[in-house]
Design a protein around this ligand. Sequence first.
Ligand code: C2E
Ligand code: CA
Ligand code: CA
Ligand code: CA
Length: 279
Amino acid sequence: AKQQGRSQYQFYSPEINTQLQERLTLENELHGALERNEMVVYYQPLIDLHSGQITAVEALIRWQHPTLGMISPAKFIPIAEANGAIVQIGEWVLRTACAQNRAWQLAGFTPIRMSVNLSARQFEQPYLVEVINQILEETELQASNLELEVTESFLMGNIERSIKTLKQLREVGIWLALDDFGTGYSSLSYLKRFPVNILKIDRSFVQDVVSNPDSAAVTDAIIALAKSLRLSITAEGVETQEQLDYLKMQGCDEGQGYYFSRPVPAEIIAPMLQKISQQ
Ligand code: C2E
Ligand code: CA
Ligand code: CA
Ligand code: CA
């Protein structure tokens, strides 16, 4: 009983109370944040490691809170996922990102892929494929200029249904990437059943790929696996020339990370894109 009393006391410790308070504040203010125009999409380039050109950008949401400042998606996406707000927010990100990609094309830039993260809740929506088709139609973006990032962990929740949804998205012509690869379930036997095009090696392996032989071994194995399944491979979180050299040497196709660019507003991306006439 004494033990229990102690743990209850710890639950109400000021530190945890502050975290709880913050979560409650964010949860309350998440409703209406879209309507108040507080959400913004940043874009981070993905670079073809052979040509050095931008081939895609990843859309990453930020919340510009009027008093709390810029809030990271790592903080509010889990809350939005828990209370369901992610469905509306995710749809807004998709629409904004697709419209942005089309706008770059209309401005005369060589088409690139727009990569958008899907959450588990969104992926489970019965009308996901219809909603995405609708957004592509509305924004006049070709499906082949859209990529969706999914994670192994939520695909593993209902494998048969996941495979069915992924197949439907592939039939539309959308690219599919398996995000944070290497961190989830080691579902190697399922990997060949998921109709994905791209594996994204998680940042945690890339981070110390030069200094930690274990991370290098995992990275090499993931690249080899991707090659044998004829998947394209993207390394996340590339921060240094040494990491880049290593990944290139191992045959990685694309890189993304602070070495190339942080996630930035759309107007910062435009000058990095190629004009059609420069090809
Ligand atoms: P993620 O999908 O794994 O996105 C990559 C994260 O790594 C981004 O964090 C990006 O800013 C960060 N990153 C990229 N390069 C580097 C690097 O070189 N070094 C370091 N230290 N970090 C790097 P961000 O933007 O804070 O997003 C965090 C997570 O929030 C994302 O992880 C994703 O899971 C989620 N998220 C962001 N936007 C959305 C969205 O629109 N929908 C959903 N469902 N989730 C989102
Ligand atoms: Ca991602
Ligand atoms: Ca990732
Ligand atoms: Ca991640």
